[in-house]
Design a protein around this ligand. Structure first.
Ligand code: ATP
Length: 596
């Protein structure tokens, strides 16, 4: 058992909770408690199964010793009925045991899976920016699965196999001490061979699994990038890359085949070695007198291999399950960082008068490299503000700070006179709606995507929002209207339609501050004008802050903030900034270079 005591990040960005094996098992037992009745039921039937497994060879010994010399049919009928009964009861017991165990495992994992999901979704957005999401998903799904096998299979198999071996040894010593000593002496040889076999088998399994994962990733990547591959006529290049991966997959498969081809016969032949040892011992040691005892011993020997193999195999599974638990426990034990229920808007924020940045500095890595430097400005309620500046200047960061996703390293952000530092992000987001540059859509219907699955929202409200976003007419023309599926990642809608849908989502919430990150992807001029019309309608009722990638969209904004290299360089109306002939004008005329 490996002893660890520290927590650390893996290269996948997942935190590990390194502990000794038993400490981990103890901590996992918390999740067993609510369902321990099921587990105890399974353990009871397991005990019955073990007992039946142990008495069967004894019944055969009785049959050989008593029936063969006397040909007593009455005893034969009695013993064979008893033997049959142990088999029938054994079948029923095994069924109940497996059923209870599977039910127990599924229920425990159901709880763990939901807990993990809730913990992840309640993490702050800032945490997500630091973790490769894909890796987290893979790790969480695989780890939960390996934890399921720990509960349904591994732990009980380890215990039952150990008990079975112990029970068989006790029975053997009970039957004949000399032969039992011979078997005990053979155990290290059998156990050792099986361990070596398991080591190679594990290496072979692992190799195949790794190559399978590589092959899957390659296929997934090819499908995701099919448009790119086709347009660059790169099929042959990608095929060649896949051929290499496929060849490695084949090699791993062949190694697995070879391992089994060599070791299986060796492991199986051990049984024959043990059989010969018992037969020889029978002749050498005069203490063995009856054939029934020898037969019972051979039966036990035959049965001894399976639990030995199971222990070696399940010990490996135990290690992989515990490795999974090391990754899952930190997530499960995380404090719930953000409350999922929406908070109410503080009284002091309403009616909204202004939003003020006061000498705000922000660095993503808490270093002296600031993404935003000394930003100060005030926005009046009900105005339309455009944020402009070249790529990477800090526009999205500014909106992230306003939404509470990030917190300033220095300076303050105020709503009316309330410092946002004193409020959780959930409260801040309650006054703001955000339309992202990329329109994120779930794989559901248009209705689901506008309501975000909130069944409390009526269809009338959705229709009103869609009308406001100039999307209603388009939806009406679709065969299934609001029930039309948008497809994976919204693939059935055009880029412009996805933006309009995001806007309908925003309108539905009727929040006083609207943050708008204009889509950089080209949107046709008709959709563009629809978006602008919607925003114009809103200017009466909301405070709008928009990152403008197309300057035409902020031509009539009340205020433009020109951000350059993390600094607020110029602020004013479009005409004022144009007349100023500074950075903004250079930017508009495409003359803004790195030196400004
Ligand atoms: P664009 O117009 O291309 O969207 P932007 O003006 O919105 O750019 P930001 O995304 O705010 O620019 O980025 C500002 C700076 O912060 C850039 O140097 C960028 O590399 C850096 N940055 C952005 N997000 C992160 C992050 N999550 N971690 C570290 N640095 C980041």
């Amino acid at each position: 058992m490996v002893k660890h005591t520290s927590s650390s990040f893996t290269d996948t960005g997942v935190v590990l909770d390194k502990q000794g094996d038993w400490a981990l098992i103890r901590r996992l037992s918390v999740y067993i408690r609510p369902f321990q009745t099921l587990l105890m039921g399974a353990a009871f039937f397991l005990g019955v199964s073990l007992f039946l497994d142990l008495i069967r060879p004894l019944l055969l010994k009785q049959t050989i010793d008593r029936v063969i010399p006397s040909h007593d049919i009455g005893v034969l009928v009695q013993l064979s009925s008893f033997y049959l009964a142990t088999i029938l009861v054994g079948c029923v017991t095994l069924f109940i045991q497996n059923y209870l165990l599977a039910l127990f495992g599924q229920k425990v994992i159901y709880d763990i899976r939901n807990t993990v999901f809730t913990k992840i979704i309640s993490r702050t957005l800032q945490v997500f920016t630091k973790i490769p999401i894909g890796n987290l998903v893979t790790s969480v799904t695989n780890d939960i699965e390996s934890l399921r096998t720990l509960y349904t299979d591994v732990l009980l198999k380890l215990i039952s196999s150990s008990l079975l071996i112990l029970g068989m040894l006790v029975s053997m010593y009970f039957l004949n001490v000399t032969l039992a000593l011979v078997v005990t002496a053979l155990l290290p040889l059998m156990g050792g061979t099986i361990l070596v076999y398991q080591k190679y088998a594990r290496r072979a399994f692992r190799g195949v699994r790794t190559k399978l994962a590589a092959s899957n990733t390659s296929v997934q990547e090819m499908l995701n990038l099919i448009l790119l591959i086709k347009s660059y006529l790169a099929e042959r290049l990608i095929e060649r890359k896949y051929e290499k991966i496929s060849q490695e997959f084949l090699d791993a498969g062949l190694f697995e085949v070879k391992t089994f081809a060599i070791f299986r016969p060796i492991v199986d032949s051990l049984f024959f070695v043990a059989t010969i040892a018992i037969l020889w011992s029978t002749n050498i040691f005069s203490s063995v007198t009856d054939a029934g005892t020898v037969f019972a011993f051979l039966q036990y020997m035959n049965k001894l291999f399976q639990p030995l193999k199971d222990i070696a195999e399940k010990y490996n599974s135990l290690q992989s399950s515990l490795a999974g638990a090391e990754r899952l426990l930190p997530i499960i034990n995380e404090p719930t960082i953000e409350k999922i229920e929406a908070d109410t808007i503080p009284q002091a924020w309403l009616p909204l008068r202004e939003i003020r940045f006061d000498h705000v500095w922000f660095s993503y890595d808490n270093s002296e490299t600031y993404a935003l430097k000394d930003i100060s400005f005030t926005l009046k309620a009900g105005t339309y503000t455009g944020i402009v500046g070249p790529s990477g200047s800090g526009k999205s960061t500014l909106l992230g700070l306003l939404m509470g996703t990030y917190r300033p390293n220095k300076g303050h952000i105020y709503i009316n006179d309330c410092d946002l530092a004193n409020y959780p992000a959930t409260v801040i987001r309650n006054v703001m709606s955000y339309v992202f540059q990329d329109s994120y859509l779930f794989k559901g219907t248009i209705l689901d995507n506008i309501t975000l699955y909130d069944t409390a929202i009526s269809l009338d409200q959705v229709v009103a929002a869609a009308k406001q976003a100039h999307l209603h007419e388009l939806i009406e023309k679709l065969p299934k209207g609001y029930q039309t599926e948008v497809g994976y990642l919204g693939s059935l809608l055009s880029g412009g339609q996805r933006q309009l849908l995001s806007m309908a989502r925003m309108f539905l919430r009727k929040r006083p501050v609207l943050l708008f990150d204009e889509a950089t992807a080209s949107i046709d001029s008709h959709t563009e004008s629809l978006i602008q019309e919607s925003l114009r309608d809103l200017r009466q009722s909301a405070t709008i802050i928009s990152i403008a990638h197309r300057l035409s969209t902020v031509r009539d904004a009340n205020l433009l903030l020109m951000i350059y290299k993390g600094q607020l360089c110029e602020a004013g109306t479009y005409d004022e900034l144009w007349a100023h002939k500074g950075l903004f004008r250079n930017f508009v005329e495409g003359k803004l270079n790195e030196e400004g």
